[in-house]
Write a protein that binds this ligand. Structure first.
Ligand SMILES: [Zn+2]
Length: 475
């Protein structure tokens, strides 16, 4: 399919701020993807598959979504089975701390790094995807389960063996030879509902059991049957086609399989990565955010920075001069942050708060910023200095004045470290020092930096805070 012949795509290609070779390749490759991929595109996988720059590809998807070429969705994915529990066009609809996965019979927390997958779908006005999830088992699983999570050997393997499709109004008799103490569970997968079947000790004749299911639930919450051969006549009382799976659990085995059953993953665009994307933050200025927005992040890396000028610079050169000077530096810093996939969260006077996808990115950015700012040509008296604090930890995404902001101890500590730092010093926490990639980087940098470890007592913390000071050795 030639996507580039579409008028909307054509005008997007002409106006978009990307090299024409890149953007043309992007749409050519995309047009060759099968319908099931176009229905749910993982932008990172798309970039890797076609050997394109990941950051630029994500930016193209975001810009093109803004231009109406894609729809953007937020999936809450069960990390144990890959089931897409909910699909929302806006993350503000993810307003509960956790949601139930009927496949695993477990509560799955909303965590932006781990359980929220962002994907793009080609807009129906551009191309209408022909994809029937009920065509076969393969189509069904790739529609209702995320392809970013490997399914081999998981609970899905068991369910798929016995997967049955039921049209609205259709009845199917399930015959099972059941054993004592075993637990059986029927799952109406696309309704996210399940029915427990308990097997008792008595050997006996079971009359066929009539059960119906619709979106409100199964007609029975659980049933108890005798061992031996059983028949369950299940009727689809809903208005949609259903995929019914069956899970058998041995005695002692937990029917709740979300614990300890983490699937392998291919890289995907998590909610965290999207919120950290400058293009997204600039384009999708999110108005009318719910006041009580509280989304969890397992790991947030923050860089707090203060730009300092010599105290008498305002007196000597005037406000306009200092303003221009800071702006010039600001652009350099912004460009460096962007190179390491960082985003400016907010500015407060001379203080800037950045977030990064990982500790190593924040450290490399801080290092480049200190070097970058020294490359601006000026005399000694107009030189600016940076004070930098870095920390990594969990946080909440909240709404502050209709902007996505971060809240929690991680923010307080990163800001505190910035205050401790002197001119051209980077202060960072033990959380960063323990990071494997950072450890490797320190080996490479050993002749170019000096590190000092300190234990400091902070009023609002019980234990002493272990911190590190890093200074660059200038030759
Ligand atoms: Zn699950």
């Amino acid at each position: 399919m030639m996507l580039i012949d579409n008028l909307k795509v054509k005008s997007f290609i002409q106006a978009a701020p990307f090299e024409s070779r890149l953007i043309n390749t992007f749409f050519l490759k995309l047009g060759n993807e099968p319908d099931e991929t176009l229905y749910r595109i993982n932008p990172l996988l798309f970039a890797h598959k076609h050997d394109l720059d990941e950051k630029q590809v994500v930016d193209i998807f975001i810009l093109a979504a803004r231009a109406g070429i894609f729809n953007l969705f937020f999936n809450l994915v069960c990390p144990a089975c890959g089931f897409i529990i909910i699909k929302e066009a806006s993350f503000t609809s993810l307003n509960k701390a956790d949601y139930f996965c009927a496949v695993c019979h477990s509560d799955i927390p909303v965590i932006l790094d781990d359980t929220i997958e962002v994907f793009f779908q080609i807009h129906p006005a551009i191309y209408k995807v022909e994809f029937n999830p009920f065509e076969n088992v393969e189509c069904f699983t790739s529609f209702f389960f995320s392809r970013s999570f490997y399914k081999t050997g998981s609970i899905i393997g068991h369910i798929v063996d016995d997967l049955a499709f039921l049209s609205p109004g259709e009845m199917k008799i399930f015959k099972l030879n059941v054993q004592k103490d075993m637990l059986y569970r029927f799952i109406a997968i696309n309704l996210n509902l399940s029915l427990f079947v308990y097997i008792g000790n008595k050997q006996g004749h079971n009359n066929p059991l009539q059960v119906t299911v619709n979106k409100m639930g199964f007609s029975q919450k659980k049933v108890s049957l005798n061992r031996g051969e059983i028949k369950i006549a299940l009727t689809n009382d809903s208005e949609q086609k259903l995929g019914i799976g069956l899970v058998k659990t041995s005695p002692g085995e937990s029917h709740s399989s979300a614990n300890g059953n983490k699937l392998n993953r291919t890289p995907f665009l998590s909610g965290k990565l999207l919120f950290n994307n400058t293009t997204f933050r600039n384009l999708f200025k999110i108005k009318n955010l719910p006041g009580n927005l509280k989304l969890k992040l397992r790991s947030l890396t923050l860089l707090f920075m203060e730009i300092q000028s010599s105290p008498d610079l305002y007196e000597r050169q005037g406000d306009a001069f200092v303003y221009d000077l800071i702006q010039k530096h600001f652009y350099i810093l912004e460009e460096i942050a962007d190179r390491y996939q960082g985003a400016i969260i907010k500015t407060m006077g001379d203080v800037i708060m950045f977030s990064f996808p990982s500790p190593i990115n924040s450290l490399l950015a801080a290092f480049s910023m200190l070097k970058g700012i020294k490359s601006v040509k000026h005399d000694e008296k107009t030189a600016l200095c940076l004070k930098i604090g870095l920390h990594e930890g969990h946080a909440l995404v909240i709404n502050r004045d209709d902007l996505l902001d971060y809240f929690g101890r991680t923010v307080t500590i990163a800001a505190y470290l910035k205050n401790l730092a002197g001119p051209d010093e980077i202060f960072f926490s033990d959380a960063l020092f323990r990071d494997k990639e950072i450890k490797k980087e320190f080996v490479k940098l050993k002749d170019r930096i000096k590190l000092y470890k300190k234990h400091i007592k902070v009023k609002w913390m019980i234990n002493k805070l272990v911190i590190y000071k890093m200074v660059i050795i200038h030759n």
